[in-house]
Write a protein that binds this ligand. Structure first.
Ligand SMILES: [Zn+2]
Length: 320
């Protein structure tokens, strides 16, 4: 049996055919061009999904969509999406795509999808209680308890990036101040390294920062190290707070940054320093599924929804 997984982000749309073992059979992607508005983005999603579905050897059983934003997965409704996807708030994403594609569609938050993929075929395989954090432009989070996503009462669980680390700190696009994502996102690592750089051209991203920290010229190396130090110390405090709140078996860290060196060992050191006086124990793992986590996890969410619906139907039949 084959499922379609779709991942809609602020910069790219991905779609893939996924089999029951979590293998990617075919994959394609296209830019989101979010500024064109929700209708144009939906057209592009449909076009991409149709092209990918046409490569399937057997009928596509169902489709899962992971999207940025707060999603009511029961209705496939976007409760809130930030400015990265204009016009997305209020959209009936699941029903709309189901109508366009002619298959059942389940919609969920993109980090929930990524966490599902890690639990299925990735770093959290076989783990019942874990958190997933993605460090990118922002900080995304997902909570898995007893092997199931914990979505919260209003589909807002896991929005850990907007927990405050610094009261009265930097303003955030959520309307708050001092949010974690202003300090422990990949974007923040670049900014903080640039703040430590006295002269020379600024670092253009984490790749430059992390390679400078290891082998850059002295002044750049120093600035990059200071940036990484501030970033990892704050991230360790942030993770210790989450450990206290949820006591997961493991925390999975995702985002492009996990494929880069230097910072991970600094994070482990900072976390150990943070944990010792509190008698806390934190286990960190880098995400395994990489950029395809979203499509793999979205397909799995669709698969699980059908299994659950099948069980409910079988239960109802027994009752008759
Ligand atoms: Zn915020």
């Amino acid at each position: 049996m084959v499922y379609l997984g779709i991942d809609i982000g602020g910069t790219g749309i991905k779609a893939a055919l996924i089999d029951e073992q979590g293998r990617i059979l075919h994959h394609s992607e296209t830019p989101t061009r979010a500024a064109d508005g929700a209708a144009a983005v939906l057209d592009r999603v449909e076009q991409l999904a149709r092209a990918v579905m046409s490569r399937a050897d057997s009928p596509v059983q169902g489709c899962g969509v992971g999207s940025a934003g707060r999603i009511d997965h029961r209705r496939g409704h976007v409760i809130f999406a930030s400015g990265n996807l204009p016009g997305w708030t209020g959209l009936d994403l699941g029903p709309e795509l189901s109508q366009r594609l002619g298959v059942p569609v389940v919609a969920d938050n993109d980090v929930n999808a990524a966490a599902t993929a890690e639990g299925w075929v990735g770093s959290a395989k076989g783990t019942a209680d874990y958190l997933m954090m993605t460090l990118g432009t922002g900080v995304g989070g997902a909570v898995v308890i007893g092997g199931k996503l914990w979505r919260g009462a209003r589909s807002g669980a896991g929005e850990v990036g907007h927990m405050a680390l610094y009261p009265d700190g930097l303003p955030c696009n959520c309307g708050g101040r001092g949010c974690a994502e202003q300090y422990v996102s990949a974007k923040a690592l670049t900014r903080r390294s640039n703040e430590a750089l006295e002269k020379g051209h600024p670092f253009r991203g984490i790749r430059e920062v992390l390679s400078a920290a290891e082998r850059g010229p002295a002044a750049r190396r120093e600035a990059a190290k200071v940036g990484v130090e501030r970033f990892t110390v704050d991230l360790a405090l942030f993770l210790a707070n989450l450990q206290n709140a949820f006591d997961p078996q493991v925390m999975i860290i995702g985002g492009g940054i996990v494929r880069l060196g230097y910072w991970w060992d600094r994070l482990l050191e900072a976390t150990a320093r943070e944990c010792r006086p509190r008698s806390l124990s934190i286990r960190l793992k880098r995400a395994h599924c990489g950029p395809q986590a979203g499509v793999v996890g979205a397909a799995r969410v669709a698969m699980l929804a059908q299994i659950k619906a099948g069980r409910a139907m079988a239960g109802a039949k027994r009752q008759e």
